[in-house]
Design a protein around this ligand. Sequence first.
Ligand SMILES: Cc1cc2nc3c(=O)[nH]c(=O)nc-3n(C[C@H](O)[C@H](O)[C@H](O)COP(=O)(O)OP(=O)(O)OC[C@H]3O[C@@H](n4cnc5c(N)ncnc54)[C@H](O)[C@@H]3O)c2cc1C
Length: 404
Amino acid sequence: MQADVAIIGAGPAGLAAATVLARLGFTQVVVIEREAQPGGIPRHCGHSPFGMREFRRVLRGPAYADRLAAAARAVGVRIMCDTTATALLPGPVLELSTPAGIAQLAARAVLLATGTRESSRIQRMIGGQKPGGILTLGALQGMVHLNGQRPFSRPVVLGTELVSFSALLTCRQAGIHPVAMVEPGCNVIARGPSWALPRLLGVPLMMQSRITEILGRDRVEAVQIVGPDGTRRIATDGVLLTGAFRSEAGLLAMAGIAMDPDTTGPVIDSFGRLDQPGYFAAGNLLRPVETAGACWAEGQRAAEAIAAYLSGALPDREQGAELQIVGDAIRYALPQIILPARPGWHDRVQLRLARAARGELRLTQMGRIIARRRINARPERRITLSLPAGVTAAPLVLTLDERG
Ligand SMILES: Cc1cc2nc3c(=O)[nH]c(=O)nc-3n(C[C@H](O)[C@H](O)[C@H](O)COP(=O)(O)OP(=O)(O)OC[C@H]3O[C@@H](n4cnc5c(N)ncnc54)[C@H](O)[C@@H]3O)c2cc1C
């Protein structure tokens, strides 16, 4: 099989990129999707609001996913569902597992848009027995919205990120009544009015508390929680793990592509290029985690960058300057390699903090501040710093001056 551009992942980023590439005149744009339907995570999200940026209306996740797929198909994009990319080979060439067997797909460029997933119990080091009834929110949403199942009726919810509050809504829709919401930190991680939701739904919020053990032989029967008042055992029939996202980057790691341990995604340059010729990345694969609208916009930008690459209009990746982070306040920043502006350019640095902090963010090049911004933020807040178009390829240093 042959394509102009192959895209792995039919979520908002992949479908947006495919649609733009087809509109730019590429006739053979193929999207590979392992699920039976395109749309990515929004297919599992029975709630709104999706689509304001893309369609100027408030849509529920499945309707939004359908619209994205319909827009791509309308301009001639081929979406191959039930097909998993199993290896990335030089060329670029993809190894695929399809309903008809193993196949190879050669393309002039490949965009990886495989998204993000929540950390499992093992990644979070939660001990105890191994009963059934421990799920991430992504898995629960798939069971509830796609399969009509109700895997538990009174779980404990771990986490207070934005998705953790979506978890409470998903539970409500499915007739599930969480018995507690547990947050290891001192503050609720999500911003704003979501804080009121547990109280409105009658779910006790336990701050500075950790699940140390899950108990139960066949199914979850209880969890042990250590908090400010000591150790408690709570009777429950499930554990719902929310947030603590990690990039879905197994394919890249297997291919030996350079990864950033802080973002958990690939190292990209200003055009979303990876360190293997012809490979690009966009969407939540780049870092955990942005909204669907932000990933959609990133997919569009990646399409422009790929088109520029295929016409020979991008500067060599090796000419870029590595972005160096100084100090312990900044958890990650991307793109990790900065090049001067061209079509499809990431026009800003995206970053997250490692801890709550305030001060002045500064991007310095050859001792000169080329971008600055005052911030007062918590770790989960999205922060961006606009880059001047005339940025050169000399080394760049990103710092947070907490006195500033
Ligand atoms: C549980 C959960 C709830 C969320 N809730 C919201 C929300 O309410 N609102 C919001 O704006 N954002 C939400 N998000 C963030 C969400 O991930 C983004 O909104 C958006 O879906 C990201 O788009 P994407 O295209 O980068 O990735 P995704 O939507 O994750 O799409 C990636 C696609 O790649 C496919 N894929 C992965 N690997 C392969 C492979 N090897 N071969 C073939 N296909 C592959 C996957 O099946 C998937 O369809 C949520 C995320 C999660 C995990």
